[in-house]
Each structure stands twice: as C-alpha cells, then as structure tokens.
Design a protein around this ligand. Sequence first.
Ligand SMILES: *[C@@H]1O[C@H](CO)[C@@H](O)[C@H](O)[C@H]1NC(C)=O
Ligand SMILES: *[C@@H]1O[C@H](CO)[C@@H](O)[C@H](O)[C@H]1NC(C)=O
Ligand SMILES: *[C@@H]1O[C@H](CO)[C@@H](O)[C@H](O)[C@H]1NC(C)=O
Length: 429
Amino acid sequence: MRKLLLMLTVALGSLWMVFLVLQLDTSLPLDPIHSHSWLEYKDYDFGPESMCNCSAIQQGDREALQEAKLLTITKYFRKTIQIPDEYYINQAQDCRKFKSERKYITFPLSQEEEDFPLAYSIVVHHKVQNFERLLRAIYAPQNIYCVHVDKKSQPSVQAAIESIVSCFPNVFMVSQAVSVVYAGWPRVQADLNCMADLYNSSAKWKYFINLCGQDFPLKTNLEMVRMLRSLKGGNSMETEDMPAGKKWRITTVHEIANGTIKSTGKSKSQPPFNLPIKSGNAYIVVTRGYVRSVLEDTRIQALIEWSKDTYSPDEFLWATIQRIPGVPGSTRPHPKYDQTDVNAIARLVKWWWHEGSQDSAVYPECQGSHVRSICVYGAGDLQWLLENHHLFANKFDIYSDPIPVFCLEKYLRHKALAESEAEDFFWSP
Ligand SMILES: *[C@@H]1O[C@H](CO)[C@@H](O)[C@H](O)[C@H]1NC(C)=O
Ligand SMILES: *[C@@H]1O[C@H](CO)[C@@H](O)[C@H](O)[C@H]1NC(C)=O
Ligand SMILES: *[C@@H]1O[C@H](CO)[C@@H](O)[C@H](O)[C@H]1NC(C)=O
C-alpha cells in the first residue's frame, strides 16, 4: 500500500513537471541558445509600414522614399496607425502575453549591460503609441524607468500608460505628477520628481537620461553603455553662453496663469552666488553624482528656487548646473568647455533655421514637418539620423509619420540581437 502511494506521488510529480515544462515552453523560445529570432520584428508584427523597404530607406534610396511618402498619405494608412487607448488597457491586462507578443526583451543581452544599469525619466502627455514604442525600444530588465504623465492628460491616456507600466517591475509612475506648462517651471519639476524617485529607488544605476514621448533612440542599449563609459564619469549636454537675445528669460519675473506663462514686467534679482547662467536644452545625460547634487547641493537648491519664475528654465538650469565647480561630471565655467547640442550626445534635433543645403547650414533640410520650429522626422531623415553619434533624437511622431520609428525599431533590434550573439552571452532560464 505504502509502495503504491509512493509510486502514485512520483507519477503525479512527474506529470506536474511535464505540465510545468509545457507551460514554460509556450512563452519561452525553443532554442534560446542558438537563436534570438523569436525576438526579431517580422513584417507581420506591424501594420502597413511593413510595405516599405527599410534598408533602402536607410540608404536614402529615392524610389523607396517616394513609395514611403505615397504610403503615408493613403487613407487606409492614416486610419490603421490610430490605436485607441482602450487597446493598451486591454492588452496589458495579461502582462505575460503583452510582453511576449510585443517582443519586449526581458533578459539582459550582455554582462556588460547588466553591470551598467541606466535610469530614465520619461515625460509624456498624450499619444500612447509613441510612448509604448519608445519604452519597448529602450527597455532592459537591469535599467529603471520613471514615467511622468501630465496631470491634465486625458484619463484614458493616464489609464493606458499605467496599465503598460504595471507590467514591468522596473518601470514605475512618478510619485508626484505635475501639470506641465510649456516653457514654465513645471516642466523641470516633472524631471526633478522622477530624479528623486529614481535616486531613491535604486543605488545601482550609473547614468540618468531624460526623455519625452517624442524621442526615439538611435543606439542599442549596449552602444549606449559603451558611449557612457567612454565619458569617464562626465556628463553630456548642450551648455553654452546665453545669447543676448535670450537674456530676458532670466531678467524678468514670469508667472503662470490660466495654463500659460507670461511676463509680469518686474525685474528679477541676480542669480544666487552670482552663478553664471548658461544656455542649453531640456535633455541631458548625467551621472548619478550629478543627480545627487541636484537633490542635495545647497547652491543648486538656491538656484532652483531662483529659477522658478523665469521663462523656460529647462533651457538653462541643467546647463548651468553642469558648470558649477564640484558637481560630479561637470566642466569648468570657462567658454573653452562650452558644448553645443551637435557635439553633446544627449539629443539630436533639427531646428529649421539651421537647416539647408548651403555651407552655412548645420544639417540638411527636414524631410518631415515642423512643430514649433523643430523637425518631426520623415523617412528621408533616417540616413542622416544614423550618421550621428547621439543616443537619442527628437522629434518622432508615429501619428504624423510612422516609418522613421518603424525602420529604427527594426534596425536597432536586429543590431542588439546580433551584438548579443557576438558577445556569446546567453541567459539561463
Ligand atoms: C530593399 O532594398 C535593398 C537595397 O536597396 C535591396 O537590395 C532589396 O532587394 C530590397 N528588398 C525588397 C524586398 O524590395
Ligand atoms: C526615499 O525613501 C524613503 C523610504 O524608503 C523615504 O522616507 C524618503 O522620503 C524618500 N526620499 C525621497 C526624496 O523621495
Ligand atoms: C482663462 O482662459 C479662458 C479661456 O481661454 C478665459 O475665458 C478666461 O477669462 C481666462 N482667465 C484669466 C484669469 O485670464
């Protein structure tokens, strides 16, 4: 009798094991050791974008670009790129399925990346698809992501993003969201709140990168890690003398009323400690030490207080902190250490007044459209984008042209998997 019971237990145990293995098999690759192909984007993963030839577009092939342009203006195309927020809310109910169907990379692709985690702040207010595809492109399990959704966003946007975020242990919503006002202080506060949360929630990450919903990477996570290591503890961002034409931003008091910023006409006091105010932009790549200074250095606390009633503090605060002696990764205030956005690695942007074919232009003309004088990239910009050293570029908008994002996704995923194979680093289940 005892023997029979034992045999029964063993038999049941084996059945259970078989069941477990079968369970695993449905979500894991059959042969992860020899192929990552189950993580490759295939044409059927996508909508009508898959009709274009990305490798030809990447090489600037005129015919392929013409075809892409024609495709983006068809009614069918315009309609299929619209994905309702409810779709994400429903899809992310089953996180396991969502991550596997959307082909998120849920294991580190190399030891080198695992040993060098990054921290991201992502500030968004609408267009959930832009956010989800950005997240997927930069997602790695060793990194950490703070998402700030504008307090005045549509409830469905908030709900969709919360659903997606809830699927990942290392992605979280900011503890305190603010209502962002264009060119106003709250834009900086959104990043500051994420910085504080990220600093507090993990002691491991090495660099901080801030993003918005219209950014997209130009490099794989491994390439980013290597470029960041080569900064040798330095930060990278635009930081230059403030042009005379922008001085009014910091010499007059501004206030936010009715959701917009305006001058009160009053003069502002000098900056604290006579800190030289530098000019830059909202996007930075900084060390953990820089973030610690932002949160703890009393000079910076005073500078932050002083900046709250200026115009567009996001375009001078980070750049100014970068030149304060003693801040980790900073450079001296001397103009010889000035850095332009083109030379920094944080963000690649095309401003329309710098575009053109003449020698005096900074970059070739935008092949997409413009929003507030900034290029929203078209397929024709892809070749140029990939020639640059920046980690990220701005602006992309799937709703106005999905092809640049589609082609970048394929390019980066292919590259990341090839790098991982080359590293000969494989995960063990
Ligand atoms: C895409 O373009 C490349 C390069 O121009 C070409 O070699 C390839 O055959 C094209 N693929 C398709 C499916 O048309
Ligand atoms: C950091 O976390 C601790 C508890 O884990 C909390 O008491 C503290 O207020 C947090 N600090 C910030 C700046 O969020
Ligand atoms: C705020 O804006 C609304 C609509 O634009 C306007 O009707 C209202 O008068 C404004 N209020 C103030 C205090 O400016």
